[in-house]
Design a protein around this ligand. Structure first.
Ligand code: NAD
Ligand code: GLY
Length: 366
């Protein structure tokens, strides 16, 4: 087992990465404040992983199971309210600990419920998708979606611990594994050229679900994320680099309806757009586009924007993003591979040129 520490003074916590983490019940129990627990999961993940978590909790305490429907379309205020209602109905006190077992959807909703229940209770993340293991479970961003924007209602609320059992990746659908790989690639692009080079070589093993390659990718990703979050917990500055490709990606997700494109798929296309813009500015060598395209293709991720999405649709949706401050859109670009920067001077002409070319490529791929 490896441990990455997220260093946030009194809100610091460990991220455990290993196999069969719950075979040692003490590891989990030492992070519970009291004997009250509410496990939140969904209909797909619960039958696979909740029984072994319950076994690790042992007898004695009070455990409420809250099982949500599956899917991004259920990352709503209605699901959030359902969790709160169950906690109230079962008379959970402020000493309760919520445990999120699932992907980023379950983790984000549960974290938001924990931030709000009785003005804030503790929670633990047990992420079961690659995307949740390398990104959403670490860093304390919690949220639900609204029809007018993704993740627009939420809070910063750090978990007490994160338990990443790499065994869970063996039941993950291939498309979801690929979506998680997009976020792994993101870390190489934004802050670690050496990791990016490793990914170019390790991708076949990652796709083949080689345990040691996956554990290494997860540990390096979590360590990079922990470093950025420790420097800027509430995204006043540098943390925004973690959003490489996300402003374009959120526009795709919102336009297509939540759940039709996976988050990681939309981020993959968004990262490629951000790289193209960086190349157009003369910051990154043009052959890096070919290299990233080859890597994304190998990871079985999309390269093109959805057919039918016009530049004006993108620009309208991107203008509603959380990263827009005082009417100025902030985008993450690359000065080099492994060196991200945040800019607020991208012009409408630059975006129209970039997205017009992307639309043309989507209309006649190859
Ligand atoms: P998800 O939670 O929808 O999970 C994907 C699918 O895999 C679901 O059908 C789920 O039931 C299933 N699943 C999960 N684990 C499984 C397993 N081990 N075996 C079989 N099936 C399994 O999607 P996701 O990609 O994990 O998360 C996406 C969400 O995360 C988005 O809502 C996004 O906004 C959010 N996110 C949040 C942050 C953050 O910092 N909070 C960062 C990135 C993404
Ligand atoms: N996923 C972006 C962040 O955690 O800041």
């Amino acid at each position: 087992m490896h441990t990455v520490h997220v260093d946030l003074a009194e809100r610091s916590y460990p991220v455990y990465i290993g196999r069969d983490l719950f075979s040692d019940p003490q590891l989990l129990r030492q992070h519970l404040r009291g004997r009250e627990v509410a496990i939140v999961s969904n209909v797909t993940v619960a039958p696979l992983y909740v029984p072994r978590l319950r076994a690790a909790l042992g007898d004695g305490g009070r455990v409420t199971e809250i099982i949500l429907p599956d899917g991004e379309q259920h990352k709503t205020l209605a699901s959030f309210e359902h969790i709160l209602e169950r906690l109230l109905a079962d008379r959970h006190s402020r000493a309760t600990t919520l445990i999120a077992v699932g992907g980023g959807v379950v983790g984000d909703i549960t974290g938001f419920a924990a931030a709000c229940y009785q003005r804030g209770v503790e929670f633990i993340q047990v992420p079961t998708t690659l995307l949740a293991q390398v990104d959403s479970s670490v860093g304390g961003k919690t949220a639900v979606n609204h029809a007018l924007g993704k993740n627009m209602i939420g809070a910063f609320h750090q978990p007490r611990a994160v338990f990443i059992d790499t065994n869970s990746l063996h039941t993950l659908p291939a498309r979801e594994l690929s979506a998680g790989l997009a976020e792994v690639i993101k870390y190489g692009l934004i802050c670690d050229a050496g990791f990016y080079a490793w990914l170019l070589e390790a991708m076949p093993r990652l796709l083949g679900r080689d345990d040691s390659a996956l554990a290494e990718a997860i540990e390096r990703s979590c360590a990079l994320k922990a470093r950025v979050v420790a420097a800027d917990e509430r995204e006043g500055g540098v943390r925004a680099i973690l959003n490489l490709g996300h402003t374009f990606g959120h526009a795709i997700e919102t336009a297509q309806g939540y759940g039709s494109w996976l988050h990681g798929e939309a981020v993959a296309v968004g990262m490629l757009l951000a790289l193209r813009l960086s190349v157009a500015r003369g910051w990154v060598a043009g052959d890096e586009v070919r290299r990233l395209e080859a890597l994304l293709r190998e990871a079985r991720l999309p390269l093109d924007i959805p057919a039918g999405m016009t530049p004006s649709m993108f620009i309208d949706l991107m203008g509603r993003d959380k990263k827009v401050v005082d009417g100025r859109m902030r985008l993450v670009l690359l000065r080099d591979i492994g060196d991200a920067c945040i800019v607020d001077d991208v012009t409408g002409e630059e975006l129209e040129g970039l997205l017009g070319a992307a639309q043309a490529r989507a209309a006649s791929p190859c």
